[in-house]
Design a protein around this ligand. Structure first.
Ligand code: DCM
Ligand code: DCM
Ligand code: DCM
Ligand code: ZN
Ligand code: ZN
Length: 286
């Protein structure tokens, strides 16, 4: 997602944090420009990606997505071994940074701070359909027109569709975020939000032999893998359909309208998952 999408995910999560978790989050962030909040922190992973000289700049770029080697439009799937070798993808990144954030694992505060920044961003990216799609570099190589402007398929999902959606909310991101939060708390998403966070949590194991370590490593990808699979499925009924049928169509009208329910729900999912996850992991007493 672009800046608006990531801020939405961060703020929706912030809205559902328990007070004690909210103060833990504020304490973890050592960059005072975040004001202790998730929404500003969610932009950090993109900022450092482009920053020359940042120790994170180059190696972190592939952590923002997973290039599935499926056949979107026809068949969609996510396969951990096939699509995320060595854990270098958004699924592996969420798993690894979850381990680093969890106080049980004893990482130092700098590591936990960076882990929380990355997680706040990657919980957003893993809900963007084209971040869970390997076709044409997640749509980056597919030229499209949106309201008369030439751009690419990836960019309209990251940014243009979300920005146009804000027109329904007086161009106020805050109003859009308030709308999505209320849809989660007492609207359209009430009955389905439990499914958004339903993925088996890794069971704690006592013995430290090699086989349990391997099982534990696998268990940490269970949730992000289920979220990636959920997101990836949107590439089959919808994302690529019009593109394959009519490559010259301006996507700012019918396609945009049809994308709205997906974009709303994906941003809501990212925020709800992030908030729920932090409420669980940051209430542990270590
Ligand atoms: N972006 C932005 N402002 C930021 C961070 C990101 O406008 N502070 C936009 C520009 C990127 C786009 O988000 O090209 C996609 O970023 P990502 O790599 O997270 O999908
Ligand atoms: N640990 C591990 N593999 C296991 C069990 C534990 O790598 N099968 C590590 C992860 C934690 C530490 O041991 O850093 C403490 O784990 P626990 O809280 O499960 O006792
Ligand atoms: N991206 C993606 N899948 C790829 C390559 C890139 O989802 N295979 C994303 C990362 C950024 C956007 O596309 O959000 C633009 O990437 P870049 O800045 O690397 O061109
Ligand atoms: Zn993107
Ligand atoms: Zn990203």
């Amino acid at each position: 997602w672009g800046a608006e999408g990531h801020k939405a995910v961060g703020q929706i999560a912030q809205n559902i944090l328990q007070p004690d978790v909210e103060s833990q989050v504020a304490k973890l962030f050592q960059d005072k420009s975040f004001g202790g909040k998730l929404a500003p922190a969610s932009l950090w992973a993109d900022t450092i990606k482009k920053q020359k000289g940042s120790p994170f700049a180059f190696w972190s770029a592939p952590l923002h997505f997973i290039d599935t080697r499926d056949n979107p439009g026809k068949s969609c799937s996510v396969d951990e071994e096939r699509d995320c070798p060595d854990g270098v993808c958004v699924v592996g990144a969420i798993a690894n940074y979850t381990t680093q954030l969890d106080c049980e694992n004893g990482f130092d505060r700098d590591t936990r701070d960076i882990a929380l920044r990355f997680l706040t961003h990657f919980f957003g990216d893993i809900t963007q359909p084209l971040h869970v799609c390997g076709r044409s570099k997640g749509g980056n190589d597919v030229p499209v027109t949106f309201d008369g402007r030439k751009t690419n398929l990836h960019a309209i999902w990251d940014t243009q569709i979300v920005r146009k959606r804000l027109q329904d909310f007086d161009n106020s991101l805050d109003k859009y975020i308030a709308f999505l939060t209320s849809e989660i708390q007492n609207g359209t998403y009430v009955s389905e939000k439990d499914e958004w966070v339903a993925c088996d949590t890794p069971s704690r194991r006592r013995r430290r032999d090699t086989s349990t370590i391997l099982k534990r490593a696998k268990a940490t990808t269970r949730c992000p893998l289920s979220w990636a699979t959920d997101t990836n499925e949107i590439n089959c009924p919808f994302v690529w359909e019009s593109i394959d049928e009519n490559p010259n169509l301006d996507l700012g009208q019918g396609y945009y309208k049809a994308a709205i329910p997906f974009v709303d729900k994906q941003l809501a999912k990212g925020g709800y998952r992030l908030g729920t996850f932090l409420n669980s992991i940051l209430t542990k007493k270590c």
